[in-house]
Design a binder for this molecule. Sequence first.
Ligand code: PMP
Length: 368
Amino acid sequence: MNSNNLNNKEQILKEQLRPEVKAISSYQGEEDDFEVKINLSENESPFDLPQEIKDKFKKEFDQHDINRYPEIYSERLHQTLADYLGGELDKEVSTEEVMVGNGSDEILDILIRCFVEPGDVVLSQAPTFSMYKYFTELNGGRYEELPLTEDFDYQNIKNKIDELDPRLIFFCSPNNPTGEVLEREMILKVAEYFTGPVLVDEAYADFNEIDLMPDVSDYPNLVVTRTFSKAFGLAGIRFGYLYGNQVLVEELKKVLKPYNLNSLTDILACLILENDDIIKERIKFIKKERQKLYQKLNQYQKWQLYPSMANFLYIAGEKTVEFKNILNQQGIKIRSFSGQPPAIRITIGSREENEAVLRAFAEFKEQN
Ligand code: PMP
């Protein structure tokens, strides 16, 4: 094909795309114009997997036939997870109440695909995790958000439900990027009033004292998602899960792709669930570091520092851009949010990484 015909054909192909695909851009992280030495932009754990678990993994891997497909629906992992949650919640949890995903992202997408038809509304909060909007729009839905201000309460959410007739509600608690926790009673009242699914994304709940897992059995439309990408330090294996009513979970599982998890994820996720003591220790460490960093960074009067129940801090204020620039000059990558005022989000890292942030902060204070 000559190059004119080729270009023409490419153009025609693009025109045939679904309008939702045409309208959307692929998810992009922030571009760096510096050499990243410390990455505090993605809320990952600063700790690699303990060597002891790596060794156990290597042993299992050696015995594994990688030429074979994984279990079709990760049956062993479902069982290990149900047992683990049963222990955590001190009650019987069955495999029918849990669903595992290739990251919790996959689960968010599945929930939308199961409930949202083109033009339907998905209601959420703002600011929050960008993938709710992305998946909603990709699936043809209309994304509506309520700002997380003092007015973010049951009455206003109820008014929005009455006005917009959403198919699905997303809450994120602790919220990304602000780190704040939504009031449990408010979410439960919404779940009581609303007939569609209320998803509480608890990607960061391991860093908090309160969560909604214990309430799931009382509300058939309340579902909670969790991820192993944060506190559990397994961002590299892409594992998340949902806990919810078994009638709903059964429907969601119809949409789950067979073999959605690869066998390495199956093995590692089981291993970490069976050896979670070290993770609990690490969570304690992160919480202590969070407290320390919060107290230090809160000394700058012109900033609004949000009390965070997650593994990051969110700071809003004019001079956050200057602070970000200093951090970047030292090779420290964080997230920034344009807006009025601009804001930044810094992941709590290892002790050395947090000390590097504080050194940059001292430099910032000297100049501002
Ligand atoms: N929910 C929230 C609130 C998140 O911040 C993230 C990751 N940044 C996810 C879900 C997705 O996590 P996973 O790695 O499990 O897909």
